[in-house]
Design a protein around this ligand. Structure first.
Ligand SMILES: Cc1ncc(COP(=O)(O)O)c(C=O)c1O
Length: 419
């Protein structure tokens, strides 16, 4: 028997997604096959350990599931080792710190307020509490400033640089970051959570072979279930022996950081769903999808610029953009609320050197992965830009926003969610 209360709420959420435009750039719509695996009986199975080395009996099937997920991840990203067990992106980053540095060590990452993630050293996060975190910003236009990053590294001598972004609209130069890390003998980790689908599509350069460890969540542009993977090269050593911190030993260092370091049993239903998503990402059509995400983002950014919007860095090379709403006379929070009333879901976001508070910043962050999954292309981006401009212009007029919502719902229903 279904729990009618919860089932009703699930239906309501499905309807909310189907009748609006999901433009939070870290979100996407997974396939029915992914969701079926995610909702499967595999959720019932305990399997602490790794395939062939479990602390529980009855793992012969889930071993095969995890091996498939690992093999597909290795094939997709071109690495020799993949750990598919992190429950999500934040614990995966935690595992990278745990594997490579000690409490009190200096770690360096991009400030949350300039487009980094909180696990990259924010003071109130574990990464800024257990480690001495130093945080770099962007230049005044919002671009990563590699000279400033190099200068900070030379001064602070971090043992780990956690590179990657959550609200950055431009290409990241992994090679430059490698040179900076090498100049101070630091480990270099790439967090490609936002852009992994674009890396697969060749839209964004891959960090593989340049950085030491790569982490990605599986639920953003990669279009899988919630989850994460840690990818690296090296030789797994004896799993029962504590490995030295060498590049060769990275697979063992990462695996031991996940279990017994941080987690217990892997979520096998999630692993299966990741395997399904990875198989989808291995198909040629996924490359087209990834390219279309970026084409749509570029088109949308141009259309917004032509309607007088100010974009951080003046545009985008990837799947997202950050709009500074100051010149439109409203805050990021007001923008988020007005767009939400019209059926367009975005999130408020700081802009570089934001004079406002992070709780009500100057900007909003939006992207095209979910709209592209629904089949929208450049023509639809023109329409979406019109609606964004309309909602922002009428942000105080609830009646107007409600009418817009009705119009947007009619449009959205022509682009059904994956079934
Ligand atoms: C760059 C980056 N890293 C890590 C994470 C954390 O992932 P999760 O929310 O799955 O813990 C996110 C989530 O938004 C992210 O954008």
């Amino acid at each position: 028997m279904d729990d009618t209360q919860i089932w009703d709420l699930i239906q309501q959420e499905e309807d909310r997604q189907a009748s609006g435009l999901e433009m939070i750039p870290s979100e996407n719509h997974s396939s029915v096959a992914v969701r079926r695996a995610s909702g499967s009986i595999l959720t019932d199975k305990y399997s602490e350990g790794y395939p062939g080395m479990r602390y529980y009996a009855g793992c012969q099937i889930v071993d095969k599931v995890e091996n498939l997920a690992r093999d597909r991840a290795k094939q997709l990203f071109g690495v020799t080792h993949a750990n598919v067990q992190p429950h999500s992106g934040s614990p995966a980053n935690q595992a990278i710190y745990f594997a490579l540095v000690d409490p009190g060590d200096t770690v360096m990452g991009m400030s949350l307020y300039f487009g980094g993630h909180m696990t990259h050293g924010l003071k109130v996060n574990f990464s800024g509490t257990y480690y001495k975190s130093v945080q770099y910003t962007t230049d005044k236009h919002g671009y990563m400033d590699y000279e400033a990053i190099a200068a900070m590294a030379a001064k602070e001598k971090p043992r780990l640089i956690m590179a990657g972004t959550t609200a950055y609209p431009r290409i990241i130069d992994w090679q430059k970051l490698r040179e900076i890390a090498d100049s101070v003998g630091a480990w270099l980790a790439a967090d490609i959570s936002h852009i992994s689908g674009l890396v697969v599509a060749g839209v964004h350069p891959s960090p593989i072979g340049i950085v030491d460890v790569t982490m990605t969540t599986t639920h953003k542009t990669l279009r899988g279930p919630r989850g994460a993977m840690i990818l690296c090269n090296g030789d797994p050593s004896d799993p029962l022996k504590k490995p030295e911190r060498t590049k060769e030993n990275l697979p063992s260092l990462i695996d031991r950081a996940i279990i017994p370091g941080l987690q217990g049993g892997p979520h096998n239903h999630q692993t299966a769903a990741i395997a399904v998503a990875l198989d989808e990402a291995l198909q040629p059509s996924f490359k087209e999808y990834g390219k279309q995400i970026a084409i749509n983002a570029k088109k949308l950014s141009e259309e917004l610029l032509s309607r007088g919007f100010e974009l951080v860095t003046g545009g985008t090379d990837n799947h997202l953009m950050v709009i500074d709403l100051t010149n439109k006379g409203l805050s990021g929070k007001q923008g988020e609320t007005a767009l939400s009333k019209a059926g367009i879901t975005v999130n408020k976001n700081t802009v570089p050197f934001d004079p406002r508070s992070p709780f009500d910043p100057s900007g909003i962050r939006l992207g095209t992965p979910a709209l592209t999954t629904r089949g929208m292309k450049e023509a639809e981006m023109v329409q979406v830009a019109d609606w964004i401009a309309d909602a922002v212009a009428h942000h105080k007029d609830d009646k107007h926003l409600a009418t817009l919502h009705e119009e947007i719902t009619k449009f959205a229903k022509k682009f059904p969610l994956p079934r």
